[in-house]
Design a protein around this ligand. Structure first.
Ligand code: NAP
Length: 359
């Protein structure tokens, strides 16, 4: 069997022969750990060869890569819920692509799959580590956003971690981002009476209301979050969806009603910090207001995909759920897309498109 390096197609009749030359592919590697904000010098683009898949494996031509904030934590060498990236090795992360060779009956050539060997053009992986996705429901890249971990994060945070009840006032930070832009819409669907979002810059703040169904928006770069939240939610809030930490969490603690709930989903304002980030100075309000502050990791809730996917698919189909993505082109653009996302250069899901694929 041989491989056409321009398409990844192998010339066997059924693509199941594992013999043949290796395939040329490019990948992004970590070359140095950052201190503070990462830069292009932390990454390198390397051409490498990808072996033919072994028994039980598939070869995937990646078409889209997911760009996510948690990757910043993996650039540091510290113990966490997920292993650090290794210096000199390709990064990994969410991706979707087309199966171009298969040694596994369960995943045929031509299938579109999601998996976690992103940051490279071609990936060889165990078929069991890939999920076949239905591009009849939504384009492949949706499985990295609203139909993937991004959407599930928003859904679980609001239905489980800090449950939204009918009539609640809900505040969401990083509200124009991938998770936040759907979280506001989910809060409304769950019966929230008022949904307030925070984002950086006047343009994003306008889009929160015009496109993502928020009732009011805060531009956190324009002034105090606490003062703006007091204006946007004058009677206080019941639920805070925290993507940011820092001043946003402190403002929410001040605005929460007695018995209020906080979903601690992310704390991006501290991801580039070079010293320990202090907790909110007003945390003692959690005592007097009997608040619940609860952390969540979406990977603990993968069983809820079965409930979430049909629901999200139906909302996409009836047009009641709006999603947006920011797209950069080519594997060489992946580090820049990541750095841009950390600085707020995205609206909705930040994605890198590598190649055309089924949509
Ligand atoms: N717990 C989980 O399982 C889980 C799963 C997925 C994501 N998350 C977390 O959810 C949050 C959102 O993730 P995402 O994938 O949807 O990313 P995203 O919101 O699409 O992108 C990150 C956004 O963070 C904002 N940001 C950056 N620095 C900030 C700062 N100092 N203060 C306020 N906002 C800042 C930027 O928007 P602005 O222009 O508005 O600043 C940027 O667009 C992150 O904290 C992430 O770690 C957690």
């Amino acid at each position: 069997m041989s491989i056409d390096a321009s398409t990844g197609q192998r010339d066997g009749q059924d693509g199941t022969d594992s013999a043949g030359p290796d395939l040329s592919s490019r990948e992004i590697r970590l070359v140095a750990r950052p201190t503070g904000e990462p830069g292009p010098e932390n990454f390198e683009l390397v051409r490498t060869t990808v072996p033919a898949p072994g028994p039980g494996q598939i070869l995937v031509r990646n078409t889209w890569l997911s760009v996510d904030p948690y990757m910043r934590g993996r650039m540091d060498d510290r113990k966490s819920y997920i292993a650090p990236f290794r210096i000199g090795a390709a990064l990994d992360g969410g991706a979707v692509g087309e199966v171009v060779a298969s040694e596994a009956e369960s995943v045929p050539v031509g299938a579109t799959v999601s998996h976690f060997l992103g940051w490279r053009e071609y990936a060889v992986l165990d078929a069991a580590a890939a999920t076949v996705v239905d591009t009849g429901i939504a384009p492949a890249e949706a499985y990295l956003g609203v139909l993937g971990l991004t959407g599930l994060t928003a859904y679980v945070a609001l239905t489980d971690t800090a449950t939204v009840r009918p009539g609640d006032v809900v505040f969401v930070s990083a509200a124009a981002g991938a998770v936040g832009s759907v979280a506001g819409q989910f809060a409304r669907k769950l019966g929230a009476s008022r949904v307030v979002g925070s984002a950086g810059g006047p343009q994003k703040a306008r889009r929160l209301v015009a496109e993502f169904g928020y009732d009011a928006a805060i531009d956190y770069r324009a002034g105090s979050v606490a003062a703006q939240l007091a204006t946007a939610a004058p009677d206080g809030i019941d639920v805070y969806f925290d993507n940011v930490g820092g001043d946003h969490l402190a403002a929410a603690l001040g605005a929460l009603h007695v018995g209020g709930r906080v979903a601690l989903v992310g704390a991006i304002s501290g991801y580039n910090a070079t010293a320990p980030v202090p907790g909110p100075a007003n945390l003692a309000l959690a005592v007097s207001k009997r608040l619940s502050l609860r952390g969540m990791l979406v990977t603990d809730h993968l069983d809820r995909f079965a409930e979430y996917l049909p629901l999200a698919a139906s909302w996409l189909a009836d047009g009641s759920l709006r999603t947006v993505s920011t797209v950069r082109e080519g594997i060489e653009a992946a580090p820049g897309a990541f750095l841009e996302m950390l600085r707020g250069g995205n609206v909705g899901k930040m994605l890198v498109r590598l190649a055309d694929g089924p949509s």
